[in-house]
Design a protein around this ligand. Structure first.
Ligand code: G1P
Length: 291
C-alpha cells in the first residue's frame, strides 16, 4: 500500500451560507455538539493515516490555528483544577498531526484554495477534505477512498446520492460502475441545474488528488459562480488520466448550511453518550406538544 501523507483543508471561505453567525467567526469553528466542525475532518484524516495537515486559511481565521496548537496556559489551568478529562481532550487536539498554514489572499474559489497549497504539498498525491462535510462512518471516508486509490492509482472523489432539489448545491458526477459503489467517472459538472445534471451523485468534500491537478487548476478559468472550481480541473484530470468515485458508506452530515447543521446537531446529540437520553426525551416532548 502506498501511503498518502498530506491532507489539505481549504478554510479561507467567507461562510456566506452561515451569515450572520460567520461575520466575525470562522464557519469552521462552529461546533457540532462539543467540537468545532473542522476537528471532525482533521480527526478523519488523522485516523486514515495522514501525518501532515495543510490548512489554507485567510483573514479572520486565526481561531483555527489556535485550536490545533497547544495551549500551555489552559492546560496548566485545567491541571491545577484537577479537570483531567478536559485536559486530556485538549492535549489530544494539538497532538493530532503536524499542521502547516498557508494563506489564500483572495477567496477565488475551491480550486484556487487547493492551488495555494501547491508548495506545501510538493510532488506527491494528497487528500482534500472540506470541513463543511462531516461523515459518521465506521471506516473513515478517507480510508475507504484510499483503498480505491491504492487499487486504481488515479484520483478518487467521494460520492453520495442526493435528492433532486439538492443537485444545484453540489458538484455532480456520473460514470460507469466498475465494482459495487465504485465508478469510473465520465462526467462532472459543478452546481448544475437539475435538468442539466448527469446523475444524482454529488461530490462530497473528500478528494484524493495527484500533483498534476495543480497545473490543471492553473489552466482552468473561472467556472460556476465565477470561481476557480476544483471540479473543472478534475474534468481535465478525468480526460487525461481518469478519475474514480466511490459512494462511501456512512451517514453524511451537512454542516455547511443552517438547516443541515441543525439536523446534524440533532443527529450528533442523539449519538452522544452523555446527551442522548435527555435529547431524546426533549424531542419527544416537542413532538407531543404539536399534537
Ligand atoms: C464544494 C465543491 C462541490 C462539492 C461541495 C461538497 O462546493 O465545489 O463540487 O459538491 O463542495 O460540499 P461548496 O460547498 O464550496 O459550494
Amino acid at each position: 500500500m502506498k501511503n498518502l501523507r498530506k491532507a489539505v483543508f481549504p478554510v479561507a471561505g467567507w461562510g456566506t451560507r452561515f451569515l450572520p453567525a460567520t461575520k466575525a467567526s470562522p464557519k469552521e469553528m462552529i461546533p457540532l455538539v462539543d467540537k468545532p466542525v473542522i476537528q471532525y475532518a482533521v480527526e478523519e484524516a488523522a485516523s486514515s493515516g495522514i501525518e501532515t495537515m495543510i490548512f489554507v486559511t485567510g483573514r479572520g481565521k486565526r481561531a483555527i490555528e489556535d485550536h490545533f496548537d497547544s495551549s500551555p496556559e489552559l492546560e496548566l489551568f485545567l491541571k491545577e483544577k484537577g479537570k483531567d478529562l478536559e485536559l486530556e481532550e485538549i492535549k489530544k487536539i494539538s497532538s493530532l498531526a503536524r499542521c502547516i498554514f498557508v494563506r489564500q489572499r483572495e477567496a477565488l474559489g475551491l480550486g484556487h484554495a487547493v492551488l495555494c497549497a501547491r508548495e506545501a504539498v510538493g510532488d506527491e498525491s494528497f487528500a482534500v477534505l472540506l470541513g463543511d462535510d462531516v461523515v459518521d462512518a465506521q471506516v473513515p471516508v478517507l480510508a475507504q477512498m484510499m483503498e480505491v486509490w491504492n487499487r486504481y492509482q488515479k484520483p478518487v472523489i467521494g460520492l453520495m446520492e442526493v435528492p433532486q432539489h439538492l443537485i444545484p448545491r453540489y458538484g455532480i458526477a456520473a460514470g460507469e460502475e466498475r465494482e459495487p459503489g465504485v465508478f469510473k467517472i465520465t462526467q462532472m459538472v459543478e452546481k448544475p441545474a437539475v435538468e442539466e445534471a448527469p446523475s444524482n451523485l454529488a461530490i462530497v468534500g473528500r478528494y484524493i488528488l495527484t500533483p498534476d491537478i495543480f497545473e490543471k487548476i492553473e489552466e482552468s478559468g473561472r467556472g460556476a459562480l465565477g470561481e476557480i472550481q476544483l471540479t473543472d480541473a478534475l474534468v481535465a484530470a478525468m480526460k487525461d488520466q481518469g478519475v474514480y468515485g466511490i459512494v462511501f458508506k456512512g451517514r453524511y452530515l451537512d454542516c455547511g448550511t443552517k438547516i443541515g447543521w441543525i439536523k446534524s446537531q440533532i443527529y450528533a446529540a442523539l449519538k452522544h453518550p452523555e446527551m442522548a437520553e435527555e435529547i431524546r426525551e426533549y424531542l419527544k416532548e416537542m413532538v407531543d406538544s404539536w399534537r
